[in-house]
Design a protein around this ligand. Structure first.
Ligand code: XMP
Ligand code: MG
Length: 178
């Protein structure tokens, strides 16, 4: 089956405004502190790079990345989460913020949360650009959420289908092409 871009769900301007708000909120919450921002590759790259530039200089920001196994060329989760690339930093005693593109079933984030907690950070929070509440299977506390979206497969602004469309500045719904 092949997929095609359908309508725009979130435009470039709408995303930009919301990312700026999230950056302000994070700046207030972490003012005077050091914060390690961990991006989940590859989907969170675009969001993270915009978000950290909206965190002001009252926060000492460091950036790290990890990668987990992805969906492959499918729009359904396998339910199996595997670390493909770990972070370089030692997060023990540090304030840490995991940045992810989307919470779908929540399996990825619940796994990552538990894994990072084992390393004894001082604080651990989660920031997602998108949340699909209709799909949740695992309980995860989201501290910062950009948008709540319906149960549709979306691409753009870092999100992909089979590796494609991450570069689009807006977020689109994809549907099977007729
Ligand atoms: P779970 O189910 O573990 O999944 O919360 C999180 C990961 O699934 C991918 N995902 C999507 N990717 N459009 C995408 O491009 C979507 O609509 C979508 N829903 C889930 C994504 O990689 C996320 O990290
Ligand atoms: Mg992802």
């Amino acid at each position: 089956m092949s997929y095609e871009l359908n309508e725009v769900l979130l435009s470039e301007g709408v995303i930009k405004d919301r990312v700026r708000e999230l950056g302000r909120q994070i700046s207030r919450d972490y003012a005077g502190k050091e914060l390690i921002v961990i991006g989940v590759l590859k989907g969170a790259v675009i969001f993270l790079s915009d978000l950290v530039r909206c965190i002001d200089n009252s926060v000492k920001v460091k950036i790290d990345f990890l990668a987990v196994s992805s969906y492959g060329a499918s729009t359904k989760t396998s339910g199996i989460v595997r670390i493909v690339k770990d972070i370089d930093s030692d997060i023990k005693g540090c304030e840490v913020l995991i940045v992810e593109d989307i919470m779908d079933t929540g399996l990825t984030l619940s796994y990552l949360y538990r894994l990072m907690m084992e390393r004894q950070p001082r604080g651990l929070r989660i920031c997602v650009l998108l949340d699909k509440p209709d799909r949740h299977q695992a309980e995860v506390n989201i501290d910062y959420c950009g948008f709540t979206i319906p149960d549709e497969f979306v691409v753009g602004y870092g999100l992909d289908y089979a590796g494609l469309w991450r570069n689009l500045p807006s977020i689109y719904i994809v549907r099977p092409s007729m």
